[in-house]
Design a protein around this ligand. Structure first.
Ligand code: GFB
Length: 316
């Protein structure tokens, strides 16, 4: 089995759970060992390893500001990695693959909660459209290769993820790790206020990365017939969410409490809110027997503890 992206937040959580589940044949490569955007390098790797199963958890990811600032890198790098891995994997005989996407594939004003069938039913959110187009292409690559070559390439679309090994960069990360770091540093500095982006009214659904990793193993291990009992050939992806969303204001209040910051919250409304809401309907995955286990409150405590233990790695 080839696990692409084993050092990322999701890939590392999948790696831990695969090892715990007793998989001992997992092939991994660091970025310096294998550049997944390099087609020739991926071809050589695939010809050597001939993986029977691939988990595609490698991606160029980031928060709203990063997506908005580096759109070319987000669309190019994700498309290149997906095309190389999916096509070269198929060419060496890989029949089964799990592709990880994102909830931003759905239209900006999709009906809530968003069902899998909302895909391609409206315009995307502009801050992350290039990333979303790449992820939609990933789903369509899997579906097309399945249809033409009779493969079993599956896709899961996680909601906003968080947890250990997240990126805690102040500008380029997602909201939850960014706010953990901002509130923590404000507490240490005895600051009067922490500035949070946007209006605070946008809503987000958060899922702990260990729940996501568990969902990936669950989906990967399902019988083909069972997976196909809830999907269709041209609608083959499954949503993975916690089922609960909060406003960014509520999230900021929760993080403030978890960190123990005593000051105020101020709002920088010059920064974009992004999608107003993107709550997933994960009922198809529930019907297949998966449920999340980690509440946001508990997950925040765990993630803050992990951040405290690793904060020296984030002094950049
Ligand atoms: O997490 P985030 O960057 O991702 O932002 P998206 C979520 C919301 O939090 C937005 C607000 O309304 C932000 O304006 N926010 C408040 C902050 N303070 C901060 C802060 O300090 N940092 C950040 N980053 N946000 C991303 C997509 O969108 O979600 C990706 O761009 C991907 O493509 C990912 O889909 C899951 O949910 O808006």
């Amino acid at each position: 089995m080839f696990l692409a992206g084993h050092r990322g937040m999701v890939g590392s959580a999948i790696y831990r759970q695969l090892q715990e589940a007793g998989y001992n044949n997992i092939v991994v490569r660091t970025r310096s060992e294998l550049d997944l955007t390099d087609q020739a390098a991926v071809r050589t790797f695939m010809e050597q390893e001939k993986p029977e199963l691939i988990i595609l958890a490698a991606a160029r990811v980031g928060g709203i500001h990063s997506n908005n600032t580096f759109p070319a890198e987000f669309i190019y790098q994700n498309l290149a990695m997906q095309i190389n891995i999916i096509d070269q994997g198929w060419k060496v005989g890989c029949k089964k693959l799990l592709f990880l996407g994102s909830s931003c594939i759905y239209p900006k004003f999709a009906e809530q909660p968003m069902r899998e069938s909302a895909l391609l039913s409206g315009s995307l959110e502009s801050t992350n459209e290039p990333y979303a187009i790449a992820k939609i292409a990933g789903i369509k690559l899997c579906e097309s290769y399945n249809r033409q070559y009779g493969l079993d390439y599956r896709s899961v679309m996680p909601t906003n993820l968080y947890g250990q090994n997240d990126n805690f960069h102040l500008e380029n990360s997602h909201v939850l790790p960014a706010l953990i770091r901002k509130f923590h540093e404000a507490k240490l500095a005895n600051a009067k206020a922490v500035t949070v982006w946007g209006t605070g009214k946008a809503m987000r659904e958060f899922l702990h990365v260990d729940d996501m990793a568990n969902a990936c193993l669950h989906v990967m291990e399902l019988d083909k017939e069972k997976y196909q009992s809830v999907t269709e050939p041209m609608l083959s992806h499954l949503n993975v969410g916690s089922g609960v969303d909060v406003t960014i204001l509520e999230l900021a209040e929760m993080i403030k409490k978890t960190v123990g910051f005593q000051g105020e919250i101020s709002w920088d409304t010059s920064k974009p809110d992004g999608s107003p809401r993107k709550l997933m309907d994960s009922s198809k995955l529930h019907a297949l027997g998966w449920q999340p286990k980690i509440s946001l409150e508990e997950g925040l405590k765990q993630t803050y503890q992990w951040f405290i233990e690793h904060q020296d790695d984030f002094k950049h």
